[in-house]
Design a protein around this ligand. Sequence first.
Ligand SMILES: [Zn+2]
Length: 178
Amino acid sequence: MISTAWEYASAIGQDSHRFSSDPERQKEPGRVLILAGVVLADECPLAGNSDADVVLHALTNAVSGMTGRNVLGSRADELCLRQGIRDSAVYLREALTDLAAAGWSLTHISISLEGQRPRLMARTDSLRQNLAILTSLELQDIGLTATSGEGLTAFGRGEGIQVFCMVSVRRPIGQTCV
Ligand SMILES: [Zn+2]
C-alpha cells in the first residue's frame, strides 16, 4: 500500500484597526463593519482604505507568513488604491494562491480576536462558516475565540479590534510503501 509522507508547518499573522471616528466616513455607502467577510450592519465600522476586515487581514498575514510573499502592503495597495478593490476576500485569495503555488494546503485556522465591542459570542459560528467558504476548509478546522480585553488595552477599551491568526498547513514530500 502506498502512503503519502507530509511536511507540516504553521505561521502567525496579526492585524488591528481602529473604529471609524469620522462621522462623514461612517455615512459612506458600504462603510459597515465587516468581520471574516460577514457584514455586521448594526455595528460601528472600522477605519481603513479597504473594507477594514481585520479578521481577513490577520488571516492573510498568517498565510503570507507561511509563503514569505506579503500581500497586505504594496500588493493590496495596488488592488485597493489603484484598482478600487476594497473586498479583503480578494487579498486573501491572492495569499492563498501563493500558498497553493508553494505546494501547501491549509489544514487548520485558529483566530483570536480582542475587542471590547462588538459582542461576538452569538456570531462566531457565522464568521467561522464564512471562513470555511473562503478557505475551502471544514467548519471543524476553524477556531475563533473572542475576548473583551477587560479594558486593559486600546482594544479592551473599545477603540478598535485586534486579531491574531495561526494557520497550519501541510504538503506532500513523497510517497512510501507500507
Ligand atoms: Zn488591516
